[in-house]
Design a protein around this ligand. Structure first.
Ligand code: ZN
Length: 265
């Protein structure tokens, strides 16, 4: 079956950090046969404050190699860990219960979020030798200060559980839930297997799949990831997040131009 140009598949690896190098390799082993290098990596500059991304290190060279091979690179928080300074009790509970205290950008002021985005972006861009493609908050949780900071810095692309948007233009780029797997408890693992089985066949225009380093510890979960990619890949084109920018008519024009000249120089 040929892939409809409107049916896209966006795949991402979360929590890319030297701490999880082995896990990232195992995830790539499962993803690459389906999507090649047409995927995104969400990079954490200093996971939990003790796994720094160091320019010139072996892992930094690997990250640049993946970027050179076409992997999209997103800044993904700074330490990924929630320092626990939420203004409201509701946000405090949301951060703790939903993410095991990993909602780093949920409770930050605009000033704090801005400082970490500037610092993290500079580090990741130094390592990969190009601009980042966007920002994704840890656990997809954005507080008001973070949303304001992303607008201020004209970040091209951001996403949460339910949508992809451009802080730079204010444009909504895609809608629909992301398929992801949870493994902190047997109940969560079981429900994420069920959700993946349902959502991978859903008639969503842009289907997003997000995988995490701890996924590799669970064979059933890894089989579900492989199956989800195989099923979704039957009638979807593996795509890049940047394909969503200027989508619609310009997407068709771009395709027409490519097919005429094969490969623009
Ligand atoms: Zn994460």
């Amino acid at each position: 079956m040929s892939a409809s140009p409107r049916r896209l598949l966006l795949t991402s690896i979360h929590d890319v950090s030297p701490r999880f190098e082995g896990e990232i390799d195992r995830l790539l082993d499962v993803l690459a046969p389906q999507v090649g290098m047409r995927l995104a990596m969400l990079v954490v500059p200093n996971h939990w404050g003790d796994a720094p991304l160091v320019p010139g290190s072996p892992f930094a060279r690997r990250l640049r190699g993946w970027a050179d091979a076409g992997v999209e690179m997103f800044l993904h928080g700074f330490t990924h860990r929630d320092a626990g300074s939420h203004a409201g009790l509701a946000d405090q509970l949301r951060g703790r219960l939903m993410t095991a205290s990993e909602g780093e950008f949920l409770g930050l002021s605009r000033h704090e979020a801005s400082r970490l985005i500037v610092h993290g972006r500079a580090l990741v861009e130094e390592v990969i030798g190009r601009s980042i493609d966007g920002f994704v908050a840890p656990a997809w949780l954005y507080g008001r200060g973070t949303l304001e900071a992303l607008d201020e810095h004209k970040v091209a692309i951001a996403e949460d559980h339910f949508r992809v948007w451009s802080p730079a233009s204010g444009e909504q780029l895609a809608r629909g839930p992301v398929i992801t797997w949870a493994s902190r408890s047997k109940a969560r693992l079981a429900s994420s297997l069920v959700a993946a089985a349902l959502l991978r066949r859903a008639p969503i225009e842009v289907l997003r799949i997000g995988v995490h380093p701890p996924d590799v510890r669970h064979p059933r979960l890894m089989r579900s990831i492989a199956r989800t990619l195989a099923v979704a890949g039957r009638n979807r084109r593996p795509a890049a997040y940047v394909d969503l920018l200027n989508a619609g008519s310009s997407r068709i024009v771009r395709h027409a131009r490519c097919s005429q000249s094969e490969r623009p120089s």
